[in-house]
Each structure stands twice: as structure tokens, then as C-alpha cells.
Design a binder for this molecule. Structure first.
Ligand code: ADP
Ligand code: MG
Length: 421
């Protein structure tokens, strides 16, 4: 063990209270403290934040962390301040700060108190900030949620496109760390190309979730009854049911309630108070089921969600993986059941009709993958992992039999015919 490693373990314990690195973290941290461009691909919950937070805390200068959401930045800054008990250890720099607050931030950075500065990409375009940052020592720039760079990702943000130019202006040879939970090779390529990085140390964790059971059933007009039956067969278990539209969310939540299932709706059309209340009810287990649009789930960390049902098929494998990924976080059972009808795909295609052509083409390609997944008669796990550029041994791999096609092999066109009737 090198002296650097020993030191890092000590710092890990000192700052975060952890005895061990998780997964690939140690290699990542080493790569960053050695000033390499570094690319980190780990599923949600994998522990990506620590990968740049720890190096930032032990290195000279300030690390700039680019993150897309103010709420995420605030959470992280609060957590870091709590860990170190130094108020100025981390700051957010954005347009909502007063002149005086900006002054404090700059002073803390100049004095070397601040080790992490969180910024939204649009803040980094401000000349005043760029001039200031050029005058201080920057340890590295970390780009969290780096898939926002790519149109092939699920959350493309045009502001992310200018990051390379801006980082170049901040100084020469500043190491760049890109982090994402998006595992598709296409998005990864896009990220590196856009950032102009050819020499990154890449760390990619496995995206296999061996405890999740994947199942697709044909969606008929009896889908509500099918869902009710499933939930009743799993009494007292926590589950999420995703629907495409707010209207469907409301209707299904009601249908479940009428049938004696404790369920609440959740979607962006509800006022903030109701949303918060319903979310808390689910987290506190006052209700078993939340029926939701994709507005539900970001940052929800309920470890014992036992099933995720898709009343409507999502728009990409990637979304499907993220949404089903909320099941079985504790490593216990997690049943992922999707109801599929081809006419839902057509509906999703129609939604895209008004969009720019390039966007439509991407959307269409992503949907076709979703169709292929729903209709495959092979290992679903292998399909998902292949989509993420990962080899999976469908005979001996972890969780190989956790899938309807493997348990009960049948020809998938049967399912399709059912729907067509
Ligand atoms: P990601 O950004 O990859 O989704 P986070 O950085 O939010 O993941 O971390 C997920 C969880 O893992 C957090 O609760 C964090 O405290 C925990 N965690 C991170 N590193 C470790 C570690 N070395 N040991 C134990 N828990 C860890
Ligand atoms: Mg994260």
C-alpha cells in the first residue's frame, strides 16, 4: 500500500466516517488525486459524490463541481458543511446570491477555506465569475450528471455543451472528472467527445441488479384488474406504479382505493404540499402504493420498495432502468412488472411529432429498443446489460434466472397477438 492510499483511508474515515471505499471509489479517488482526467460510470446510489468530494478535500485549491439542479447542489453543500463543521468548506455560486454573499464566497475561496464550489453550467458563463476563477487555484472540475451533455441521454441540457470552452478559459491543464449513471456507450462517447478528452481513466461499475425480477405482460383492457390482482398478491409491500399521464395516475389511484388498496397519487399537477404529503405517506408506510408519473422518484431513497409496475411503457430502456432501479435498493426482493401494448408505443411516437427532426430520430431509436426489450423472448437482464455495453452470462451470471422469459420460456409474439386482438 502506498502512503497515498493509507492517507486516503484515513481521510475517508475522518471526513465521511466510512471504513471502506465502496465499489470502484478508491481507484477513482486515486486517479483524481493524481491529476488524471477521469470518467466515472456508476449506477445511481453507487457513491459518485464521494469520488470527487474526497479528492477535493485533500487537494490544494478549490474543486469546481458542475451540477444541473440547484436542489442537488444545496443538499451536497449542506452535507459537506455538516461533515466538516466548517461553513465555508463548500459553497454554491449562482445568480440567486446577493452581492455580499458572492463576496463571502470569493473571499473563502481566496483564503483556501473553500474546497468545493458548486455551480450550474449557466453561472459559469458569467465573465465576472470566470475572471475570478482564473485568478485562483483550481484542483479540478467535476461534471456531475455528465449525461446532460448528450442528446442521447435522458436529460439533455444545452448549457452543458459549452463546458469544454469554459473550462479551457479557467486555466491550462485543469483535470476534468465526468460522472454519470448513464451507461449507454453512445452517451459515454458523446460525453468524452464533447469535453475533448481522449486520455481519461475510465471506471465503469456493473449495472446488474441481480435481486430485481424483470417481467413484461401484455397490456389488455383489463390492465387495472391485473394490477389490482398483483398488488393484492403482495399485501403490505411497498410499490410504485408508473403511468404516463396525470389523468391516468388519478384514475388508477382511485380504482386501487375503491378496491381496498392504500394508494396515493403523485404527479406534477398536484400542489407542492399535497405532493410532499403523499411522498411522506409513502416513505413512512402510511400507504403501500404510490401511483405516479415520472415526476416521482428523483432522489427518493426508500430501500424496501418491493415492486415497480409500469402501467405504460417508458420512452427508453434507460428510463425503464432508472425507474425500476427504485425497487429493492436494500438488496431484497424487487419485482419489476411492465405492461406492454404496441399502441402505447404509437402514442409515444405521436408525442414527439412536433419536435425537431433530430430529436424525433433519437426518440424513435430509443423507443425501438424499448419495443425490442418488451418483445424479446430472451434474457431480459442480458438485454438491458447489453444495451449498457455490458456482457452478461445468461446461464451463470448473477440473477440469471430472475426474469419471466427464463422462468417460463414462451414465444413473445403470443403476447403481442394477445394485445392485437
Ligand atoms: P450517486 O451519486 O452515485 O447516486 P451518492 O454519491 O449519492 O451516489 O451516494 C449514495 C449513498 O452511498 C450515499 O448515502 C452515501 O453516503 C453512500 N456512500 C458513498 N460512499 C460510501 C462508502 N464508501 N461507504 C458507505 N457508504 C457510502
Ligand atoms: Mg449523484
Amino acid at each position: 500500500m502506498s502512503s497515498v492510499e493509507i492517507d486516503l483511508h484515513k481521510k475517508l474515515k475522518q471526513y465521511f466516517g466510512f471504513d471502506q471505499f465502496k465499489g470502484l471509489q478508491e481507484g477513482v479517488v486515486q486517479s483524481i488525486v493524481n491529476n488524471h482526467n477521469t470518467f466515472v460510470i456508476m449506477p445511481t446510489g453507487g457513491g459518485k459524490s464521494l469520488c470527487y468530494q474526497l479528492p477535493a478535500l485533500v487537494q490544494d485549491g478549490v474543486a469546481i463541481v458542475v451540477s444541473p439542479l440547484i436542489a442537488l447542489m444545496k443538499n451536497q453543500v449542506d452535507a459537506l458543511r455538516g461533515l466538516s463543521s466548517v461553513e465555508g468548506i463548500a459553497h454554491v455560486l449562482n445568480s440567486s446570491l446577493t452581492k455580499n454573499e458572492v463576496k463571502t464566497v470569493m473571499q473563502d475561496i481566496r483564503e483556501g477555506t473553500t474546497k468545493l464550489l458548486y455551480v450550474a453550467p449557466e453561472s459559469l458563463t458569467k465573465e465576472e465569475y470566470i475572471d475570478f476563477l482564473r485568478s485562483v487555484k483550481i484542483s479540478f472540475v467535476a461534471i456531475d450528471e455528465a449525461h446532460c451533455i448528450s442528446e442521447w441521454g435522458h436529460d439533455f441540457r444545452p448549457e452543458y455543451r459549452n463546458l469544454r470552452t469554459i473550462i479551457r478559459r479557467l486555466g491550462d491543464d485543469i483535470p476534468i472528472i465526468a460522472l454519470t449513471a448513464t451507461a449507454t456507450p453512445k452517451v459515454q462517447e458523446d460525453i468524452l467527445k464533447n469535453l475533448g478528452i481522449t486520455d481519461a481513466n475510465t471506471f465503469k461499475a456493473s449495472f446488474n441488479r441481480p435481486n430485481l425480477f424483470y417481467e413484461v405482460r401484455p397490456k389488455t383492457k383489463n390492465v387495472d384488474a391485473d394490477i389490482i390482482r398483483f398488488v393484492k398478491q403482495n399485501p403490505g409491500k411497498s410499490g410504485i406504479i408508473y403511468c404516463l399521464s396525470r389523468k391516468r395516475v388519478e384514475e388508477l389511484a382511485q380504482t386501487l382505493q375503491v378496491n381496498g388498496i392504500s394508494a396515493v397519487p403523485y404527479h406534477a399537477g398536484l400542489d407542492a404540499k399535497t405532493r410532499a404529503r403523499h411522498q411522506d405517506m409513502f416513505l413512512m408506510e402510511d400507504v403501500d402504493v404510490v401511483v405516479a408519473t415520472i415526476a416521482f422518484g428523483m432522489g427518493i431513497d426508500k430501500p424496501d420498495v418491493r415492486f415497480v409496475i409500469h402501467h405504460d411503457i417508458p420512452k427508453s430502456i434507460e428510463s425503464y432502468y432508472q425507474e425500476t432501479g427504485r425497487a429493492g435498493r436494500d438488496g431484497g426482493e424487487g419485482h419489476c412488472l411492465a405492461f406492454y401494448a404496441y399502441k402505447d408505443i404509437e402514442k409515444l411516437e405521436k408525442f414527439m411529432a412536433g419536435k425537431p427532426v433530430a430529436e424525433q430520430e433519437i426518440g424513435h431509436a430509443l423507443l425501438q429498443e424499448m419495443v425490442a426489450y418488451a418483445e424479446t423472448s430472451m434474457s431480459r437482464r442480458k438485454f438491458i446489460l447489453h444495451y449498457f455495453g455490458e456482457e452478461f452470462d445468461e446461464v451463470n451470471g448473477e440473477g440469471a434466472d430472475m426474469d419471466d422469459n427464463i422462468r417460463n420460456p414462451k414465444k413473445k409474439h403470443e403476447a403481442k397477438d394477445d394485445v392485437a386482438k
